[in-house]
Design a binder for this molecule. Structure first.
Ligand SMILES: NC(=O)c1ccc[n+]([C@@H]2O[C@H](COP(=O)([O-])OP(=O)(O)OC[C@H]3O[C@@H](n4cnc5c(N)ncnc54)[C@H](OP(=O)(O)O)[C@@H]3O)[C@@H](O)[C@H]2O)c1
Length: 257
């Protein structure tokens, strides 16, 4: 392998990808594994977790699974303690788990506000707080927070989501302010409109689908594979002097009015 390409390799690294039983998280886990990392899958549903585990194992990747709810501090601590007890540490943390609950602001329930803030923002605080001490001790680590185009822009009916993703962008910078000196790089990845289970109802909505295709300079929805290259970059030595950055992968949508 050429020296430049070696800087993108992840051999010998262990990566935890939260919310990796499907969609963007699963594609990222596969991409990191194909780049040489051993990956730890995560989600709440043990059925979905086993299916994703089987899928990546069958492709020849080194995979482990940790079922825990990213909003539950005790479950997070217990899961990570089980890892530490077996002498393992995490080199790369991808805070990807997220949910969407749409409603106009005046009709949004406190439960839907709270669930989205907890799953998309507080989760990254909790999981990173559990993982970072070992990175600080080893003076090495990569954290990628999966933010969104909605970290920068708003749209009707997703105030909870935009508030959470905007907060996650600033949490990324705050982590950088405190942890970068320990040779930890913390960056955000901001996907645009990507076809997944989360956006299924929008893809099936003819009016929205045609708006997205017209509004996005690339003229199409993103696919989960579109996010893999950027994540490998942010997880590898190739990005060792990139810190506190939000890398937008949106087909140009946010660059053009
Ligand atoms: N799709 C897009 O257009 C888009 C755009 C920008 C940003 N994003 C962000 O990208 C990330 C992934 O989105 P996606 O489209 O791939 O969504 P998705 O297909 O709905 O997948 C979400 C994943 O998160 C897991 N999850 C949800 N709540 C969890 C919890 N409390 N604890 C642990 N895992 C949990 C789910 O597994 P379980 O159900 O098993 O828990 C699933 O694996 C999210 O942060 C999302 O906000 C997506």
């Amino acid at each position: 392998m050429k020296k430049t390409l070696e800087r993108f390799a992840l051999n010998g690294k262990r990566a935890l990808v939260t919310g990796s039983t499907q969609g963007i998280g699963l594609a990222i886990a596969r991409g990191l594994a194909e780049s040489g990392a051993s990956v730890i899958l995560n989600g709440r549903s043990s059925e979905k977790l086993s299916a994703a585990h089987r899928e990546l194992s069958a492709e020849g990747h080194t995979v482990e699974s940790l079922a825990f709810d990213v909003t539950n501090p005790n479950s997070i601590k217990a899961a990570l303690a089980s890892l530490t007890e077996s002498g393992k540490h995490i080199d790369i943390l991808i805070n990807n788990a997220g949910i969407q609950r749409r409603a106009p602001l005046l009709e949004m329930t406190l439960a839907d506000w709270q669930a989205v803030i907890d799953t998309n923002l507080t989760s990254a605080f909790l999981v990173s707080q559990a993982v970072a001490p070992s990175m600080i001790e080893r003076k090495s680590g990569k954290i990628v927070n999966v933010c969104s185009l909605m970290s920068e822009l708003a749209r009707p009916t997703i105030a909870n989501y935009s508030a959470a993703k905007g907060g996650l962008k600033m949490l990324t910078r705050s982590m950088c302010a405190e942890w970068a000196k320990n040779n930890i790089q913390i960056n955000g990845l901001a996907p645009g409109y990507i076809e997944t289970e989360m956006t299924k109802s929008l893809v099936q909505d003819e009016k929205f689908d045609s708006w997205i295709r017209g509004r996005t300079p690339s003229g199409r929805w993103g696919c989960v594979e579109d996010l893999v290259g950027a994540t490998i970059f942010l997880s590898s030595p190739a990005s060792n002097y990139v810190n506190g950055h939000l890398l937008v992968v949106d087909g140009g949508l946010s660059a053009v009015v």
